[in-house]
Write a protein of this length. Structure first.
Length: 457
C-alpha cells in the first residue's frame, strides 16, 4: 500500500476558492491511532454506564452551542444551503442525545433453561472505523459514531477527502465536552490509503461505510478476510410513484425538492418519478413551473434552495447524462466560478437509458408513465437499488399494498421523508447491508455473550 505524504486542498464548491489545506493520514499513522483508540476504549467500556451517558449528553450540549459555526463550516466545505447545514448540525446533536439515552438500556436477557440460569450480555466490539461520505458529512458521520460510542466502543472516523473540516471540529468539541482523549479520532485522507488501512487493520472490529456500491463491495470483500463486521449504506435510484387518485397538485409541488435537495447528491433522491398515465400530462404541467421556481445560488443565503455540486469531477459526471437538447424541463443556475448544474427533468427516455438506471447523484430526474398498480410496482422494482421511495395516493389499501411490494428499505406515503434518528435506515439489494439509526442502533456495535450458570448441587 502506498504511503500518502501530501495534504488535500479543500475547495468551496460555490466559488472554487481554497478553504483549507488538511494533512492526510498515512498507513503508519492509522496504525498508531488504532493502538491509542484501543487503550482509550478499554477505559471507556469500564466506566459506569451513567457516566458514559452523561459525557455523551455533554458532547451533545457542546455541539448545540456551536451549531451556527458548524453549519457555516459545512456551507464552505460542502456547498450545502445554510438551512440544510443547520439541520445537519442539529441532527448530530440529536443523535448524540438519542444514543446517550440508550447507554443504560443496553441490557441482555435471562433465558429459561433447565439446570441453571442463562443470561446474555451485550459487550462492545472494541475499535470501530466509520468511513463517512462527502454528501452529508456531519450527520452520516454521527450515524455511526454516536451509537458506537454509546455502546462502549472507540471510533476512528475517516471523512471524505473533500469534506473533513466539520469532522475535525467535532473531534475538538468532543474533547472540550470531556470525552477521553483518543476515544474519538478523525483521520483525514484518501480512501485507497487511509480508508483501506482502516478496513484491513486487525485491530478494527467493524467498518461503517456510506458511499458507492462499488466501493462498498470492495470493503465487504476486504473485511471478509478478517471476518470483519460491516454496515454498508450504498447507492440508490429511488422511485416517486404518483397515482391518479392522489393530490396531484401537492405531489407535483413537492416533487422538485425530493430530488433537488443537496443538488441531488442524496442516496434517497427520488430521481425516477413514476406517474399514472391518466394524470401524466397534468402532472408535467404542474411540475415544470415548480422546478423552474427553485432558487439556485449562494448557499450562504437563507433564500437559496439548491447549491452547487461538490466538485468539477461530479459536475462533468452529471453533464454526461443530459444531452444539450434532451431536457424537457430545465431550471436556472449561476454562471461563473463554482460547480453549478441547473435543476433538470427528462421525459421520453428509454427504460435502459443510463439516466434511468444509474445513480447520477445530481439534480436530474426522469418522469416515466405507468398504467396501473402492477405496472407501477414493476417499474419501481426495475433497478438494482432499493434504498428509499415515495408513493402518492388517497387509497390506504393501495398505499399498504404498494409499500409491501416495493423492494426498498425506507418508504414514505404522501411524503418524501426518509430519515429520522429514531427509526431504522438502510437498503435492500445493492443499496447496502445492515441498518443504522433507530432503537436498535447500539446493538449493531455489540457482541452477544451467553453465560450459563449451573444451579445443580
Amino acid at each position: 500500500m502506498p504511503d500518502q505524504p501530501h495534504a488535500h486542498r479543500i475547495l468551496n464548491p460555490a466559488t472554487e476558492e481554497v478553504v483549507a489545506t488538511v494533512p492526510a493520514t498515512s498507513e503508519a499513522e492509522v496504525d498508531a491511532a488504532v493502538v491509542r483508540a484501543a487503550a482509550a476504549q478499554r477505559r471507556w467500556s469500564e466506566a459506569a454506564p451513567a457516566d458514559r451517558a452523561r459525557l455523551l449528553r455533554r458532547f451533545a450540549a457542546t455541539v448545540d452551542g456551536h451549531l451556527e459555526e458548524l453549519a457555516r463550516l459545512e456551507v464552505r466545505e460542502a456547498g450545502h444551503t445554510l438551512g440544510n447545514a443547520r439541520w445537519e448540525a442539529g441532527n448530530v446533536r440529536d443523535l448524540l442525545d438519542y444514543a446517550a439515552g440508550g447507554v443504560e438500556r443496553l441490557t441482555g436477557r435471562q433465558i429459561p433453561v433447565a439446570g441453571g440460569l442463562d443470561i446474555t450480555l451485550l459487550e462492545p466490539l472494541g475499535v470501530v472505523g466509520v468511513i463517512a461520505p462527502w454528501n452529508f458529512p456531519m450527520p452520516i458521520a454521527a450515524w455511526g459514531t454516536a451509537p458506537a460510542l454509546a455502546a462502549g466502543n472507540a471510533v476512528l472516523l475517516k471523512p471524505a477527502e473533500t469534506t473533513p473540516l466539520t469532522a475535525l471540529r467535532l473531534a475538538e468539541l468532543a474533547l472540550e465536552a470531556g470525552l477521553p482523549e483518543h476515544l474519538f479520532q478523525v483521520l483525514p485522507g484518501a480512501g485507497d490509503v487511509t480508508g483501506q488501512a482502516l478496513v484491513d487493520h486487525p485491530g478494527v472490529a467493524k467498518i461503517v461505510f456510506t458511499g458507492s456500491t462499488r466501493v462498498g463491495k470492495e470493503i465487504m470483500a476486504r473485511g471478509a478476510r478478517r471476518t470483519k463486521r460491516v454496515t454498508l449504506e450504498l447507492g440508490g435510484k429511488s422511485p416517486n410513484i404518483v397515482f391518479a387518485d392522489a393530490d396531484v397538485e401537492r405531489a407535483a409541488a413537492e416533487a422538485p425538492m425530493a430530488y433537488l435537495d443537496n443538488a441531488g447528491q442524496d442516496c434517497c433522491a427520488r430521481t425516477r418519478i413514476l406517474v399514472q398515465r391518466t394524470a401524466y400530462d397534468r402532472f408535467l404541467e404542474l411540475l415544470a413551473p415548480a422546478v423552474q421556481s427553485v432558487v439556485v445560488g449562494d448557499p450562504s443565503d437563507d433564500r437559496t434552495q439548491m447549491g452547487p455540486l461538490i466538485s468539477r469531477a461530479q459536475l462533468e459526471r452529471v453533464r454526461g447524462y443530459v444531452p444539450e437538447d434532451g431536457a424537457a424541463v430545465r431550471g436556472s443556475a449561476p454562471d461563473g466560478p463554482g460547480f453549478w448544474f441547473p435543476p433538470t427533468v427528462l421525459t421520453d427516455v428509454a427504460a435502459d437509458d443510463p439516466a434511468v438506471t444509474d445513480e447520477i447523484f445530481g439534480p436530474v430526474a426522469v418522469v416515466i408513465p405507468f398504467d396501473d398498480e402492477a405496472d407501477a410496482i414493476r417499474l419501481a422494482n426495475d433497478t438494482e437499488y432499493g434504498l428509499s421511495g415515495s408513493l402518492w395516493t388517497r387509497d390506504l389499501g393501495r398505499a399498504l399494498r404498494v409499500s409491501r411490494a416495493v423492494a426498498a428499505g425506507n418508504l414514505s406515503v404522501n411524503s418524501h421523508s426518509s430519515v429520522r434518528y429514531s427509526t431504522p435506515f438502510g437498503g435492500y439489494k445493492q443499496s447496502g447491508v445492515g441498518r443504522e439509526l433507530g432503537p436498535d442502533a447500539l446493538t449493531a456495535f455489540t457482541e452477544t455473550k451467553n453465560i450459563f450458570i449451573s444451579t445443580e448441587a
